[in-house]
Design a protein around this ligand. Structure first.
Ligand code: ZN
Ligand code: ZN
Length: 237
């Protein structure tokens, strides 16, 4: 392969991890040997994301339990500024991981029977997928059944043409979505009841690991001892 004028470009195009800038300042995917394939860095990045899906799924399971119990709880203290936990994206993502992992595990094993227990089945499918990533990414294009959501709820079933690279990129994208959802939800466990003494809003978050208090509204940060001193008039005097 001639590195300067590769015959094919990485399927990720401008988003390629090893993208190349041309003379006109435009980004292109790195050169690859086969058409419609991923370069090594993009493939490795996607594979690593897929290997995280098992722990993502387990964390989403916990997040779903926690958010639904928060939503159904009777008392919501503090101001209306706090974000209200929405379990819907967690559920949607878990279903998407389940569907995609099952679809490709069945194609890799050519229809071996799976664990009938739904939660264990997802994890089994993820295990099969992770053990066969090289086979998965090389699968030829095939027609699969897919559900397409209507804008106001419900969905209709149609057909999609996907190949192994599509499968890998779709599965990897679920890891990035999980990171987003889980990353957004983690601080909720540490919201404080007090209002910020600078801006007056009840948007204080304590970070137990760093022993700091941060106000999400005015962006002030205090260490926990200093925060206690500032908020206790007896000590402050
Ligand atoms: Zn690439
Ligand atoms: Zn503040």
């Amino acid at each position: 392969m001639n590195r300067d004028t590769p015959e094919h470009q990485c399927r990720q195009g401008r988003r390629c991890k090893a993208r190349i800038k041309d003379d006109a300042g435009e980004f292109h995917g790195a050169g690859v040997d086969r058409p419609d394939s991923l370069c090594k860095p993009c493939e490795e990045h996607a594979f690593a994301a897929i290997r995280s899906l098992r722990s993502d799924y387990l964390m989403l399971t916990i997040a779903r339990t926690r958010t639904s119990s928060t939503v159904s709880g009777p008392k919501v203290s503090g101001s209306g500024e706090r974000p209200i936990p929405i379990p819907l994206p967690v559920d949607t993502l878990m279903t998407a991981i389940d569907n995609e992992a099952t679809r490709w595990a069945l194609r890799i094993t050519r229809g071996d029977s799976l664990d009938p227990h739904p939660a264990r089945q997802v994890l089994e499918c993820l295990k099969i997928v992770c053990a066969n990533l090289g086979t998965l990414v090389d699968l030829p294009e095939q027609v699969v059944a897919a559900y397409f959501p209507y804008p106001f709820g419900g969905d209709w079933d149609g057909r999609l043409e996907l190949d192994g690279v599509d499968a890998v990129l779709r599965l990897a994208s679920f890891h990035y979505r999980a990171e987003k959802i889980l990353g957004l939800e983690q601080p909720r466990a540490n919201w404080l009841r007090e209002s910020c003494h600078v801006c007056g809003r009840a948007t204080l978050v304590s970070d137990l690991g760093a022993a700091t208090i941060t106000c999400k509204s005015c962006q002030n940060v205090w260490d926990q001892d200093e925060f206690a001193r500032l908020n206790n008039p007896l000590v402050a005097a």
